[in-house]
Design a protein around this ligand. Structure first.
Ligand code: ADP
Ligand code: ZN
Ligand code: ZN
Length: 723
């Protein structure tokens, strides 16, 4: 009987052979269900080998082959094999990660769209134009008329969203099934000189693999450039993959893409999309029906037979790197995939990662620059306030208070940025040493005064604020430091007439909350926004003219060598929110270190100067990108078990260590304890990526055979972000 080789999502580094009659080469890439030990597993056929190491009599038969859905294409299998090789994880685990939920269970996928685009019917327009008695349905109709084609799921989140079914029943709106993707909607803005140059450079280049860094100040119109490039690709009958960071950005960008290409079949893939819709989107893309796939890091695994362009927006964003399980970087895989499929790749950012910036510097990527803002005539003015020299009230300097006052007078929006949610980072007793330490982590529980809770932001531990000190019984306890809730409280006392809106992970608990908040900000329902890094990314708020940064100094002297890079990117991003439309913007940064070179670069908004300086520092210290790293980490209930495993891991290869590979001593992680587990790490480095990879392959082979003490878990992170 023919043999099939299957990748299964089990933590073992090999593929598994089964038997299956009536199978052909066309079945490679099909999802299958098999019995595995006492369980059932689903996997994907990756090969039909002639022979197996398992004796024929012991080969178990495949239980089910999913034939209702096309087989996964060869280039997709190749991609997952590469990820398995490069990140040193079993291919079956990569496949399980890459497949959408239904295919992971080898279930059929019905690809009719249950989240279609809605637009007004002729009857809808008549009703809309006729006006008449106000009702929920009419309000919703008006909104839809204003917004243009919009996904049903989004319409439902609008203020009168419950009336959505009503609209459909009255036949005021209907679902459009996109057919011909060539049409672009509406009056297109005239491109600036710089934008034109960029679009021409990419479009006129010879076909084939070409990586670009699109470096443009915030508001330079990068998105407009993406849209033109997408348009070109669609005209050529190709598919486009657009990667965006995190869920936070997708609603706005998706709406913009839908608005521009009303007839294109657009698939959104992010964690806010329900399982069924994800599976359908994946299959539509795989069948070549979807024209544009827009999504977060996971969408790098979407099969796209007609792929013609990959765009990675905000390429520096840390969310492109998965921090658990298969620790892949979607940005790096985008480069690999563009080369594999021989298509152009555009990495866009106002503040490129040092890795990418260096590639561009050395000519491996072509650099495209947008130095001018598209609308606002100038970049916001950045002022540094030395907080050692002024008295702060509620954490605010007199300059910032004045700036806020003048915005309130002029009815413009302000944003105060503080990257710490909750009321205060810690509760402490005035009489003894007690502080609100998390019992499960080496971290403090954050005070959430609103609901009177202490919460650990690392493990989720959650308890009531005690009435008295648990150690000495004193009732005099006070919150130390300042989080967004406290900042909000101070502001509402100082500016009782102002409408203050807090935007952090607590206020935006779900996607619905988040969309609500965005809608309220856009509707001008807030005068002062208080936000964490959620607010920093890509949003466009026309009336926002002041950004105040309250307390960003911690990152300057953090032990993580990437912290300054992140701080600079974040400050540039958040500063870029100010003055996006016709109104001029201002950024006020409160710091104890106004002379720090990072702030100096920030004040001049000179990304190149910052990158140059930061790279020089990295080179001096021999940090990435001047060296390549991998991190083996282990955790256990007892620190010594974790350390002991790492010591043995290091010893098992010590005598065969190739030259040019450096294995450091195991050390406890910076935050040692997390969720009741003690964590340690072991860093490996090499100046050569190839040498490091060769070493890791052999090392992993030995690690899999190493016995572990009870309850030790370990994992390898290639190109780790947190070291
Ligand atoms: P970025 O992505 O670089 O931050 P966007 O593409 O979002 O910038 O552009 C910022 C604003 O400028 C948007 O409101 C966009 O519609 C507008 N815009 C972009 N290009 C042009 C142009 N050529 N003419 C007029 N407005 C433009
Ligand atoms: Zn006490
Ligand atoms: Zn904790």
């Amino acid at each position: 009987m023919p043999i099939v080789r299957i990748a299964l999502p089990v933590p073992l580094p090999q593929l598994f052979d089964y038997s299956c009659d009536s199978i052909s080469h066309a079945d490679i890439g099909r999802c299958v269900r098999v019995s595995f030990g006492r369980r059932h597993e689903t996997g994907v056929i990756v090969a039909l080998p002639e022979q197996s190491d398992v004796p024929p009599a012991r080969l178990k038969p495949v239980e089910h082959v999913l034939r209702d859905v096309p087989a996964l294409p060869a280039d997709w299998l190749e991609l997952t094999a590469f990820v398995a090789r490069y990140y040193h994880v079993p291919q079956g685990e990569v496949i399980a990660l890459a497949l959408p939920p239904d295919l992971r269970r080898a279930n059929d996928v019905d690809d009719t769209d249950t989240d279609p685009l809605l637009t007004l019917t002729p009857a809808g327009w008549q009703t809309h134009d006729a006006g008449g008695r106000a009702s929920k349905a009419r309000h919703l109709l008006e909104q839809l008329a204003k917004a243009g084609a919009t996904r049903k799921s989004v319409v439902r989140t609008w203020p009168d969203g419950q009336a959505c079914a009503d609209l459909l029943r009255r036949q005021w709106a209907y679902a459009v099934r996109p057919q011909t993707p060539a049409r672009t909607a509406g009056q297109l803005p005239t491109l600036t000189e710089e934008q034109l140059t960029v679009v021409h450079t990419v479009c006129d280049a010879d076909a084939g693999f070409a990586p670009y860094l699109l470096q443009g100040v915030t508001g330079a119109g990068k998105t407009e450039v993406y849209l033109r490039l997408i348009e070109q690709a669609l005209k050529e009958g190709r598919q486009v993959l657009v990667l965006v960071p995190e869920i936070a950005l997708t609603p706005q960008l998706e709406q913009r893409v839908i608005g521009r290409f009303p007839d294109a079949d657009i698939v959104a893939l992010h964690s806010g999309v329900a399982d069924g819709a994800r599976s359908r989107g994946f299959v539509r893309a795989m069948k070549g029906e979807a024209d544009i796939v827009l999504g977060t890091r996971l969408s790098i695994f979407t099969p796209l037979p007609r792929l013609g362009l990959i765009v990675v927006d905000e390429e520096h964003d840390a969310s492109y790197k998965q921090q658990e399980g298969v620790r892949y970087s979607a940005r790096d895989l985008a480069v690999w995939r563009a080369r594999q499929r021989d298509v152009p790749l555009v990495l866009g950012s106002a503040t490129p990662s040092l890795e990418t910036w260096r590639h561009a510097q050395e000519g491996r990527y072509a650099r495209l620059m947008l130095t001018q803002r598209a609308i606002a005539t100038q970049l916001p003015k950045v002022r540094l306030i030395d907080t050692r020299r002024v008295k702060l009230e509620d954490g605010l300097s007199p300059t910032l208070i004045k700036a806020l006052e003048s915005r309130l007078e002029r009815k413009e929006q302000s944003l105060l940025f503080l990257n710490r949610r909750g009321y205060a980072p810690v509760l402490s007793c005035n009489s003894c040493e007690w502080i609100s330490a998390c019992p499960h982590c080496s971290a403090n529980c954050v005070v959430h005064l609103k609901d009177r809770r202490l919460r650990c932001h690392h493990c989720g531990y959650d308890t009531a604020i005690p009435f008295a000190c648990p150690d000495c019984g004193d009732q005099d306890m006070k919150p130390l430091g300042r989080g967004t809730q406290k900042l909000e409280e101070g502001l509402s006392e100082r500016f009782p007439e102002a409408r203050i809106l807090r935007v952090d992970a607590d206020a935006a608990r779900s996607r619905k909350h988040w969309l609500d908040l965005l809608a309220r900000i856009h509707a001008g329902e807030a005068d002062i926004l208080v936000g964490t890094q959620m607010m920093a990314k890509g949003h466009d708020f026309p009336r926002l003219t002041l950004v105040g940064v309250v307390g960003a100094d911690a990152a300057l002297y953090a032990s993580d060598f990437r912290a300054p890079e992140r701080l600079f990117q974040q400050m540039m991003q958040v500063g870029g929110r100010a003055g996006r439309a016709e109104l001029a913007g201002e950024v006020v940064i409160q710091t104890e270190f106004p002379d720090h070179p990072l702030f100096q670069c920030l004040q001049r908004q000179d990304t190149d100067a910052f990158c140059k300086m930061a790279l020089a520092e990295r080179e001096e210290a021999n940090f990435p990108p001047f060296t390549f790293q991998a991190m083996l980490s282990a955790d256990a209930p007892v620190l010594n078990d974790a350390l002991d495993f790492l010591v043995r891991a290091s010893e098992c290869i010590a005598s065969d260590l190739p030259s040019g590979i450096f294995v450091y001593d195991p050390v406890p992680m910076r935050m040692t304890r997390l969720a009741r587990r003690e964590r340690a790490q072991l860093l490996v480095e090499s100046a050569s990526r190839a040498a490091l990879q060769g070493f890791l392959t052999e090392w992993m082979r030995r690690l899999y055979r190493l016995s572990t003490a009870r309850d030790v878990r370990w994992r390898l992170d290639v190109d780790p972000l947190d070291v």
